[in-house]
Ligand binder design. Structure first.
Ligand SMILES: Cc1cc2nc3c(=O)[nH]c(=O)nc-3n(C[C@H](O)[C@H](O)[C@H](O)COP(=O)(O)OP(=O)(O)OC[C@H]3O[C@@H](n4cnc5c(N)ncnc54)[C@H](O)[C@@H]3O)c2cc1C
Length: 397
């Protein structure tokens, strides 16, 4: 009987996990099903580009996974019953159920309005493709001189503000940041962002918390009103509520708590990767929601599942940071080198070369999703029927 592995979500981490498992395990031993709501891969790291009118390369899963042995199931996940080992889905034919022996939860995240009044009704978001397409349409309809406010001074906010200002120099683009502009970056990195924003004409409201959003302005903590025909909300990501409803152990923010092998600490049949998982990184700090740290969690989960099923030695994939790659429009960028636990060091790459570097990183990330067959690994036989048959004590420290 085949061991049934169901992977929920085909973003960067779910797609990589499924492809890598198919490479690591023999098709006669396992049935790998990848469930996703949409038929093609969404390059989330480029959604600010999509929002500003650029077209992204279509990446249909049917092509990406052709010949890999991964079965695609186009459906929306509505629930997981971890006691029965089932996943509830809906698709064009209605409601259905999938049974699993091992589950990989990789449903990612969406935008986080932080409960700020008016944000859900009036703000735009770019955490998902649907939101980015809505913003694209709205921006295209704006007349010259109209104000756009990007709320959030993190990596996504910097990228969004620069992209919009570069694509639409006729608009009046502003960024509202709770702290100083790029205040976690090195001095060189901060200076570069400031220079690029000045060149693009982006107005920066530093140390400014937005407390309410209306159709034509945002209100700040000091009571000021900033005109905004469009508000773009980029204050971090929130995981989907499905995990919290499963009975899996989750954090206060709903991320699934996993061990170093990405296995749920409460349910050994379940693994979680990417934004949906709380993974401790170097310095015992949680990894931030990012493609940069999510991809190694996918490698780790796939290799741990394969090792457990085949009786192999549990691998320990390095989980660490090297750099933060920030696009500042299409012509400018910033590569901020960081410590293993993501703190900026002095060195940074700036300018055109950084833009090219970032572009290669994005291309590489998508290429890595589409090319799991390059993983060099022997296809070992599954020796145990259930993933939890191997003692958790086997987990790497
Ligand atoms: C504009 C933007 C720029 C970014 N830039 C960077 C960057 O430069 N570097 C970096 O490291 N990170 C960046 N990120 C963050 C990065 O995109 C995410 O951390 C990463 O995509 C997380 O991967 P994931 O596989 O966990 O989730 P996702 O990529 O979100 O994939 C989740 C998948 O699950 C599917 N799904 C969700 N819910 C359901 C459901 N109920 N049923 C079925 N399918 C479902 C989704 O359709 C999607 O395919 C950026 C994010 C954004 C929005």
């Amino acid at each position: 009987m085949q061991h049934r592995i169901v992977v929920l979500g085909a973003g960067y981490t779910g797609a990589i996990t499924a492809g890598r498992l198919a490479r690591r395990l023999r098709p006669e031993d396992v049935a790998i099903t990848l469930v996703n709501a949409e038929p093609d891969f969404v390059e989330r790291v480029r959604l600010h580009q999509l929002a500003t009118g650029q077209d992204l390369t279509p990446r249909p899963f049917s092509e990406m996974f052709a010949g890999t042995g991964v079965r695609l199931r186009l459906a929306r996940v509505t629930g997981v019953d971890v006691d029965r080992g089932t996943v509830a889905v809906t698709d064009a034919d209605g409601a259905g159920e999938l049974e699993y022996d091992t589950l990989v939860y990789a449903l990612g995240s969406g935008w986080n309005d932080l409960g700020v009044p008016g944000a859900a009704e009036h703000a735009h978001e770019i955490a998902g493709r649907a939101g980015a397409l809505r913003l694209r349409e709205r921006l295209a309809g704006l007349a010259a001189g109209q104000p756009v406010v990007v709320v959030g001074g993190g990596l996504t906010g910097l990228e969004a503000a620069a992209e919009i200002a570069e694509a639409r120099p006729d608009l009046d683009v502003a960024l509202a940041a709770r702290g100083g502009l790029g205040d976690w970056l090195s001095a060189k990195g901060r200076a570069h962002v400031r220079k690029v924003f000045a060149g693009l004409g982006v107005t920066v409201h530093e140390h400014t918390a937005v407390t309410a959003v209306a159709a034509d302005h945002v209100t700040t903590a000091d009571g000021a009103s900033v005109p905004a025909a469009v508000t773009v909300w980029t204050t971090g990501f929130a995981v989907h509520p499905i995990a919290r409803a499963t009975g899996l152990e989750v954090t206060g923010t709903g991320q699934i708590v996993v061990d170093r092998s990405m296995r749920s600490v409460s349910h050994p049949d379940v693994y979680a990767v990417g934004d949906a998982a709380l993974v401790m990184g170097p310095g015992d700090k949680p990894l931030r929601m990012s493609c940069a740290s999510g991809v190694p969690t996918a490698w780790q989960a796939a290799d741990a599942i394969a090792a457990r099923l085949t009786g192999g030695k549990l691998p320990k994939v390095p989980l660490r940071y090297f750099n933060q790659c920030v696009s500042l429009g299409r012509k400018e960028g910033l590569i901020q080198y960081v410590t293993a636990d993501d703190r900026a060091v002095r060195a940074a790459l700036t300018g055109r070369i950084a833009a090219v570097y970032k572009e290669l990183v994005c291309k590489g990330a998508a290429w890595g999703v589409a090319n799991p067959l390059l993983v060099p690994a022997p296809r070992r036989r599954v020796v145990r029927e259930r993933a939890d048959a191997v003692a958790p004590a086997n987990a790497p420290a």
